[in-house]
Ligand binder design. Sequence first.
Ligand code: F6P
Length: 342
Amino acid sequence: MRIGLLTGGGDCPGLNAVIRAVVRKGINSYGHEFVGFRYGWAGVLSAEAIELTNQSTSGILHRGGTILGTSRTNVFKEENGLERVQASLEKLRLDALIPIGGEDTLGVAGRLSEGGVAVVGVPKTIDNDLAGTDFTFGFQTAVQIATDAIDRLHTTAESHNRVIVVEVMGRHAGWIAAYSGLAGGADVVLVPERPFDIDEVCDRLRRRHAQGRNFSIVVVAEGATPKDGGLLSEFESTDAFGHVRLGGIAIQLEREIEARTGFEARMTILGHVQRGGTPLAYDRVLGSRFGVEAIDAVSEGDFGKMVALRGTEVIRVPLAEALAAPKLLDPKLFETAAVFFG
Ligand code: F6P
């Protein structure tokens, strides 16, 4: 078979592990040929692709980012998008596509699959908000980066008697915030799934300081919202999938907390640091397992599927099931993090 790979949406540690695994098993066990599209769906639309071989995909396992490049291109927002994708696949004589991405990239894959294109998706996102899989690769690395940052902020908060507000990514799900908050010993964690009351946040900080603690760490997800208001973002732009650009809620929290409590406050927005650099071993292993399962599925003609982690097993789920709704934070996990608040 001739198979096309692409990486779409935000980059994520572990993407190269998937590419390497698909190509390695595909060539060595099945004798397939591979091309990699440049910059996600943009490369598919313009038929811009490079040949992928064992040689060109060796030495990439430990590298962050994606050797193929990525973009947030929505095929269905482009003129004759579906026809152009089909024309590219014909031009490059491809039998199947393996898109590696989150809900947007795989959303396009799902619609192409309904239109008759042979696809098997691989779930990627640091946000961990894709249904159908317990974890996406990239999430654990992002959590570790955020946790390391919280550890560092702890020591400076303590030295200065400050409240430090740490803003993490995650879009409209609080997975990164809850995991890094729990691992980093945060005193308050604010997630999109639980709109917050600023008075309650300040009361909690006051109570903690009254008990003799003179510093606090507040972890806030970029998509967290106050009870009496909407999204607090510094930006107004939206991407090709209609998502508003998030970021900046920590600026307003810093200001409010300092004004209401009198405690000196500082904020840090971790931003894209969470997506960069070396993937953890966990994400290299998960990405490799996903890649191997994806090429097995393609080779068996088991299309319209997404590979997924359930418990300790890698399985295949229908793309439609994975895309039905985002996977929001498990309330039980939040309750566990809350045991350590204040
Ligand atoms: O989906 C991954 C993610 O990093 C989100 O957490 C964040 O909101 C978004 O992507 C940022 O996107 P961009 O890199 O396009 O600014």
